[in-house]
Design a protein around this ligand. Sequence first.
Ligand SMILES: C[S@@+](CC[C@H](N)C(=O)[O-])C[C@H]1O[C@@H](n2cnc3c(N)ncnc32)[C@H](O)[C@@H]1O
Length: 240
Amino acid sequence: MEKNFLGDFLKFYSEKNIILYLDDTFERLEKMPDEYVDMIFADPPYFLSNDGISCSGGKKVSVNKGEWDRGTNFYEKHEFNRNWLRLAKKILKPNGTIWISGTLHNIFSVGVALEQEGYKILNNITWQKTNPPPNLSCRYFTHSTETILWARKIMNLKFDETLAENYKSISQKIRVMSEFWLIENLFCPCCGNLNIEKIKNNSPVADIFCGNCKEIFELKSKKNNIGSKIVDGAYHTMIE
Ligand SMILES: C[S@@+](CC[C@H](N)C(=O)[O-])C[C@H]1O[C@@H](n2cnc3c(N)ncnc32)[C@H](O)[C@@H]1O
């Protein structure tokens, strides 16, 4: 059993900078540090093992894969999906994303569970199989696609007021809270990159930038309502 700072994993396989660990999702996710990973890809059980038949290599075979795939009722399947998604959310970084593949047998439960657990579904991707097994019962269309749901945590819509405790001026308080919120929650509207970075203090013109496409952004705050005209702070004459 391998030990590292995440606990004692059973290391299954490793190569260059890839390591595969074998463990029970529910136990392992619980023990992992909060907001630890950038991305999760999951292919959870479809709960198809109900003593039915399938086709493999042109032959009729049992559809049963194992106890872990044994279908129960809808409520138990849904509870299973909610439970692992709740744990996955805990270890996902605030701007991380999750991708989940599934078939019609489980993906609708996964979709509802995602929303119930406070994720925002960003899109669904249809994976079309070029060689799906035929449906031997001839009573259904062949299942020839899987769906991949792509989601992120729902934005935190609260400012962290503790950041502003040492500031007196209202505008400074707003600046520090909104800057932190943007860096944690914003993605680049130009290239979609999820990592927005703060430009170092006292740099001219901009407040934050995208580490990928290098687009820069400026935060605006105003005592009164923001009107239709917003002064561009990027005038070199004003800042040099
Ligand atoms: C749909 S299959 C994924 C198959 C995989 N994508 C592949 O190509 O081999 C679901 C997988 O989840 C695993 N599984 C089920 N319950 C689990 C649990 N509690 N913790 C970890 N893995 C689990 C099963 O062993 C199975 O390999």
